[in-house]
Design a protein around this ligand. Structure first.
Ligand SMILES: NC(=O)c1ccc[n+]([C@@H]2O[C@H](COP(=O)([O-])OP(=O)(O)OC[C@H]3O[C@@H](n4cnc5c(N)ncnc54)[C@H](O)[C@@H]3O)[C@@H](O)[C@H]2O)c1
Length: 320
């Protein structure tokens, strides 16, 4: 997370539509960034449960030094709105987080386009759907875009901004500025591509990990160690381009002269993994020896605490 998340109350309300796993996490991000947040969900029970959940997360964030204001002040910025029109009538941005189908996104974006102030940004958290699949017919399609978070966005700050072909570049710039001011790390795609950036990189890494396992070259636990005790230690504060820039005395072109050919040969050798049941069952059997399925929740809570400690470290030592 960036250090610049403000401690000042913003006068710019943001609506978060869909208060499930990702929506409630976005509510934390925008409220922590100082925005009044209108949180809306079609399901009354989800709405009523969300504030208690958010309150618990805010106490944890406060304990790790990841809030600029007291947890109760941040929580008080969030207001649940059972009526969509009330939730969005005066906002500068809507962050949409409902279920992942084109039909559902089309329906909610048509409502949002009709109910919001004309200059409000309409951003979708969609993981895989390009904005062009659900905004084509809208009068206000120029203000629609994807703002894809990484779960949970209050700990992992990356937001991928992806325009439809008709998205106004000014809308992209305004969304970029708004996310950044709220403490996130926005990155911008120039055009739509399946999986945006993060899921494409993750898919490539997963493909190779499964493939190496399938070929019997190492256990799943050892392949995990290649990341967690190898590559990913550097990757938590610099990306692969900067990594290779530092791995040869004269930078990236020097690296390419020394190791480019080996990299080309390795990529030619990569086997596509078909996500077949047999291999998945063998990975699952190894994983279940490491972690009983009943302990997934406990281990996930442990992961979030480690992420909080890492986020606190990165906040004290920004990488830019
Ligand atoms: N789960 C993740 O790790 C993750 C990560 C990044 C992006 N996303 C994206 O975020 C979005 C939400 O995912 P999630 O995991 O939070 O799902 P979820 O099922 O936890 O939450 C969806 C919520 O939307 C509500 N909803 C459905 N239709 C609605 C409507 N018309 N109006 C208002 N509320 C409505 C549901 O009641 C539910 O509470 C999806 O597009 C998903 O692809 C998810």
């Amino acid at each position: 997370m960036n250090a610049q998340a403000t401690s000042h109350q913003s006068s710019q309300p943001v609506a978060v539509v869909g208060a499930g796993l990702i929506g409630r996490a976005w509510a934390i991000v925008f409220a922590r960034g100082g925005h009044p947040v209108r949180l809306h969900d079609a399901d009354a029970a989800t709405m009523s449960g969300s504030l208690a959940y958010i309150g618990e997360r805010l106490k944890e964030l406060e304990a790790y030094g990841l809030l600029n204001d007291p947890a109760e002040v941040v929580l008080a910025r969030i207001r649940c709105e059972p009526n969509l029109a009330d939730a969005v009538r005066d906002v500068v941005m809507v962050q949409e987080n409902i279920r992942e189908t084109v039909e559902a996104k089309k329906a909610i974006f048509a409502q949002l386009d009709a109910l919001t102030p004309p200059e409000a940004i309409l951003a979708s958290s969609t993981s895989w759907l390009p904005a062009s699949t659900f905004t084509a017919d809208l009068a206000g399609r120029g203000r629609c875009l994807v703002g894809h978070p990484t779960n949970p966005p209050y700990l992992v700050p990356l937001v991928e901004l992806c325009p439809a072909p008709w998205t106004d570049p000014k809308a992209m710039e305004r969304a970029h500025a708004l996310y950044e001011a709220a403490g996130q790390t926005p990155v911008t795609l120039t055009r739509e591509i399946h999986g945006f950036l993060l899921n494409r990189v993750q898919a490539a890494v997963l493909n190779e990990c499964f493939s190496l396992f399938e070929q019997g070259l190492a256990s799943s636990d050892d392949i995990d160690k290649v990341l967690k005790d190898g590559l990913a230690l550097r990757w938590s504060f610099m990306g692969p381009f900067e990594t290779i820039d530092l791995n040869a005395p004269a930078g990236v072109t020097d690296y390419a002269k020394r190791y480019g050919q080996q990299n080309r040969e390795t990529v030619v050798d990569v086997q596509p993994f078909g996500w077949g049941d047999d291999t998945l069952a063998r990975v699952d059997a190894e994983r279940r020896k490491q972690l009983d399925i009943a302990d997934i929740g406990t281990r996930s809570a442990w992961r979030d605490r480690r992420l909080m400690a890492l986020a606190a470290h990165k906040r004290q030592a920004p990488t830019h």
